[in-house]
Write a protein that binds this ligand. Structure first.
Ligand SMILES: Nc1ncnc2c1ncn2[C@@H]1O[C@H](COP(=O)(O)OP(=O)(O)OP(=O)(O)O)[C@@H](O)[C@H]1O
Ligand SMILES: [Mg+2]
Length: 229
């Protein structure tokens, strides 16, 4: 039996979350569920998705130099360098916190293992790899909550995962990917559980071994009331 999971909880300080899993296991579905909850709660969100998958729920732009006028708190950029994306996120962060210093900005990146920097793709450019790690490190202190999905965890630097408060683990089959995950979570028992997961089911590191489903989510409001989604 799978359970519901709380993706939105503002009683926890803004932090970094990572979603890992093979193709088609449900990573983007989980992110979309989160996006819907954030939209419903009028949170400020900037998403980065190179595959046009959020078009039905968010305004999407190919490329922007400034935060688009009249944007309704949430938007997505789909074709851009990670440097430009981060510059826009920083500008939006300032706008959001100027209005309310206690607020937070959600930065959501689908497929962090495919991002492009000015100097090339993350696969072979150390600068791009480092940018992503720096972004997460910087964000934690700047009231930005970051969420990233990754299909090939071995492409991203270890420091990235070390900064993840929680890692959502879907089924992972590749040898290199599994090796990287074992290094990251350090638990053979959890890796065995990951290898037994059915599609669309996931575990959450470092929590106990409960199984969740990418369609099942619930909201927790400011640590006091639980609302079924
Ligand atoms: N819990 C679920 N129950 C049934 N179908 C699901 C569930 N979660 C996702 N799916 C379906 O599985 C398909 C793949 O899901 P999704 O795009 O989220 O995978 P992904 O992990 O992001 O894959 P990729 O690495 O290719 O981006 C979609 O058609 C989605 O609707
Ligand atoms: Mg996806």
């Amino acid at each position: 039996m799978s359970k519901d999971i709380t993706l939105y909880d503002k009683s926890i300080d803004p932090t970094n979350y990572t979603i890992v899993g093979d193709k088609g296991m449900g990573k983007t579905t989980l992110i979309k569920n989160l996006l819907k909850i954030l939209i419903r709660n009028n949170e400020a969100v900037i998403a980065y998705d190179r595959l046009f998958q959020f078009e039905d729920i968010l305004p999407c732009y190919d490329f922007v130099n400034v935060v688009p006028d009249g944007v309704n708190r949430q938007f997505c950029i789909r074709q851009d360098t990670v440097e430009n994306f981060m510059a826009i996120a920083e500008e939006y962060r300032k706008q959001v916190l100027k209005e309310n210093p206690k607020d937070r900005l959600y930065v959501i990146i689908d497929e962090i293992d495919t991002v492009y920097g000015t100097h090339g793709p993350i696969t072979n450019d150390p600068l791009t790899k480092k940018l992503l790690v720096d972004m997460v490190d910087y964000s934690r202190h700047k009231r930005i909550e970051t969420w990233g999905c990754v299909r090939r965890p071995q492409r991203v630097w270890m420091n990235y995962y070390e900064q993840s408060e929680r890692i959502f683990l879907f089924h992972v089959s590749g040898g290199l990917a599994r090796e990287k995950l074992l290094q990251t979570i350090g638990s053979k028992e959890m890796m065995r559980a990951v290898s037994r997961l059915k599609p669309h089911k996931f575990l959450v590191y470092p929590d106990e071994i409960d199984i969740y489903d990418s369609f099942g989510t619930k909201t927790l409001d400011l640590g006091t009331q639980e609302n079924e989604e």
